[in-house]
Design a protein around this ligand. Structure first.
Ligand code: IPE
Ligand code: MG
Length: 239
């Protein structure tokens, strides 16, 4: 969800104005994702690098997260949305945890759209923590290092990532980045190994459910080969 600050600055407003507008866009996008049949939606809300921002900007971002939960939880429950967070949750303030943890617990049994907020998230950090946890399990006899050579190696390792409990849904199909930036910025690096990317010029506060629909349409029209060849291509080659 990129470009809140620039969106506001272009209107001669403070950056936080963009965050406020951006946050107000989330619920309609979640609803549209569900309507489109998306099974899992991850919103990159705060990166490990975002901790370097000014205190007042960060505090608005956290307040917006708390406000979102307060305002939207009932609607998320009605939509059967399951909520989770990925990231360094131990770095979040007690105040944020006090609103986040119970909301996650209350929505945890839901079986519909899997909605994930990435907060204090960084993919390199996630991979390091997974490696560390796997090594600890090996040291304490719960795992064997040889499992990272076996045929289930990737799924064994993936189960240690913060997205581990999403199982196969953790494999990202489509990444949508707003605001015209064309980079990955430490987002779901392992999980996006075969993702399709779309880069949209609009800043996040202008992003609409229809933009999501169009991104999904673009995705559907892409030819995904996962490094292989299309069945039709190999048939014609042997004909
Ligand atoms: C929102 O946009 C994403 C968050 C980190 C909350 P930005 O705050 O990155 O806005 P720009 O990129 O500076 O315009
Ligand atoms: Mg940005």
């Amino acid at each position: 969800m990129d470009g809140n600050g620039r969106w506001a600055q272009r209107r001669n407003r403070p950056r936080v104005f963009g965050h406020i507008r951006g946050a107000s866009r989330i619920s309609a996008v979640v609803r549209e994702a569900d309507r489109l049949g998306v099974k899992a939606l991850t919103l990159y809300a705060f990166s490990t690098e975002n901790w370097t921002r000014p205190e007042d900007e960060k505090s608005v971002l956290w307040k917006l997260l708390i406000k979102f939960l307060k305002k939207e939880e009932t609607e998320l429950a009605r939509q059967n949305v399951r909520l989770r967070v990925i990231g360094e949750v131990d770095r979040l303030s007690a105040e944020v945890r006090a609103s986040l943890d119970p909301a996650i617990a209350r929505l945890s049994k839901n079986t519909g759209l899997q909605l994930t907020f990435a907060v204090s998230y960084g993919s390199r950090r996630e991979i390091l923590r997974a490696a560390e946890a796997f090594a600890r399990d090996c040291r304490e006899g719960r795992r064997d290092p040889a499992e990272l050579e076996g045929k289930n190696a990737e799924s064994v390792f993936a189960s240690y990532l913060w997205t581990g409990d999403l199982a196969e849904l953790a494999d990202v199909d489509l990444v949508v980045r707003t605001s015209g930036e064309v980079r990955v910025s430490n987002f779901l690096l392992w999980q996006s190994a075969y993702a399709e990317y779309t880069f949209i010029e609009k800043c996040w506060p202008d992003f609409t459910p229809d933009d999501l629909r169009q991104a999904v349409e673009t995705y559907t029209s892409r030819d995904r080969r996962f490094g292989g060849v299309q069945p039709s291509a190999s048939v014609s080659a042997t004909n």
